[in-house]
Every structure is written in structure tokens, then in C-alpha cells.
Ligand binder design. Structure first.
Ligand code: S6P
Ligand code: ZN
Length: 187
């Protein structure tokens, strides 16, 4: 591995904003086809609301090599698709035996996690809460509030993202919010 010089970046912890990110990944509603239970409601959202922003990831990248740590700020907008709370696609890591840390900076929500063996867990997120996602657990963020859900994530830089068949299979639990009340549904 090449050596490199240390560097620093600034993060506004209140606002959850990384100064001068080099990568900005944008996911809109149209990128989420297949992920929500009510596909027709998603199509209506795309058509009627100009394909609204769903979530963004901000990064200052490091080499994707063993030994390095990748980190980012993830911002998931509030909203729902036929009452199913906005969520990220979710993924296993390509190198499945790699963990991840999520530190919630803003908002309320949860991280849904599942294993290949069919175990599924959800842990709540709120400002100051850190979630440790062990190796072999797929993970997805879900925003259950009316504010953006902002997390700072750290993971091995060579971990990679395996989205597999998440659009078809999803997670064994879906999260809905009706009249302000959050509830889980097992499809
Ligand atoms: C990366 C980490 C997050 C997600 C981001 C978007 O390992 O878990 O930065 O990439 O929240 O989610 P997804 O499932 O679209 O990559
Ligand atoms: Zn991850």
C-alpha cells in the first residue's frame, strides 16, 4: 500500500454538513423503483412531485484498499410512499465480513438489518446514537420523522456495496407511519 499524508475535513455536527465533499451521490424517487410495497404510489410520487430527492451521500474519498477507512455523511429526506417511510436501498458489503458504524447527527429513524440466514433486527436512530453494524449484516436507514435523517458512517474502504436483489426481496420488515404513529409490518 502507498503511504499518504493525513488530512482533515470539517463537519458541522449541528447541521450534519460535510465541508467541501468531493463525491455527492444523489438518489431520487425514480432510483427506488421496486423497493416500496406500493409501486403505483411511487410512480405517482415521481410523476406528481417532479421525481423528488430521496437521499444523498457526501464523501471525501480515500483509496478503496484494505487498511483504509471510508466515511461519509448520509442525508435521508422525510417522506413516505403510501405511508411506507422513505428509506435507503440497503446493501450487504461486497466483502461481507466487514462492519460499519452509523452515528446519527440529526433526525429520527432506524436502521433495519438482516443476515443471509433470515434474521432481521431494527435499532432506533436519534441524534447522538451510534449503531454498530457487525460483519454479515445488511443495512438500510429508514426516516420515521418530519426532518432529514443525517448519519455519519464509517466502514472499511475496501468493503464495497452489494445491492443484490434488494429491490425484489427487500427486508423482512417494512416501516410505515400513519397519522404520526410508526408501525412495523412483516410482508
Ligand atoms: C455505506 C453506508 C451508507 C450508505 C448510504 C446509502 O456503506 O452504509 O453510506 O451507502 O446510507 O445507502 P445505500 O444502501 O443506497 O448505499
Ligand atoms: Zn454499508
Amino acid at each position: 500500500m502507498k503511504t499518504m499524508d493525513p488530512f482533515a475535513i470539517d463537519i458541522d455536527l449541528e447541521a450534519g454538513i460535510m465541508a467541501d465533499p468531493k463525491n455527492h451521490i444523489i438518489r431520487r424517487a425514480s432510483d427506488m423503483r421496486g423497493y416500496y410495497a406500493d409501486q403505483q404510489a411511487l410512480e405517482s410520487l415521481i410523476a406528481d412531485h417532479h421525481d423528488p430527492l430521496h437521499y444523498e451521500v457526501f464523501e471525501v474519498p480515500v483509496p478503496h484498499q484494505p487498511g483504509h477507512l471510508m466515511y461519509c455523511i448520509s442525508v435521508l429526506q422525510p417522506g413516505s410512499v403510501a405511508h411506507e417511510c422513505y428509506m435507503t436501498k440497503g446493501h450487504f458489503h461486497t466483502i461481507a465480513a466487514t462492519a460499519e458504524i452509523y452515528l446519527c447527527l440529526r433526525g429520527q429513524g432506524c436502521v433495519l438489518m438482516k443476515t443471509e440466514q433470515g434474521k432481521c433486527l431494527t435499532l432506533k436512530m436519534s441524534r447522538g446514537r451510534m449503531i454498530y453494524i457487525p460483519p454479515f449484516w445488511a443495512h438500510r436507514s429508514v426516516n420515521t420523522s418530519d426532518q432529514p435523517l443525517v448519519s455519519f458512517c464509517v466502514y472499511p474502504a475496501d468493503a464495497g456495496h452489494n445491492y443484490g436483489d434488494f429491490a425484489q426481496q427487500g427486508f423482512p420488515i417494512r416501516i410505515f407511519r400513519t397519522h404520526g404513529k410508526v408501525h412495523l409490518r412483516q410482508p
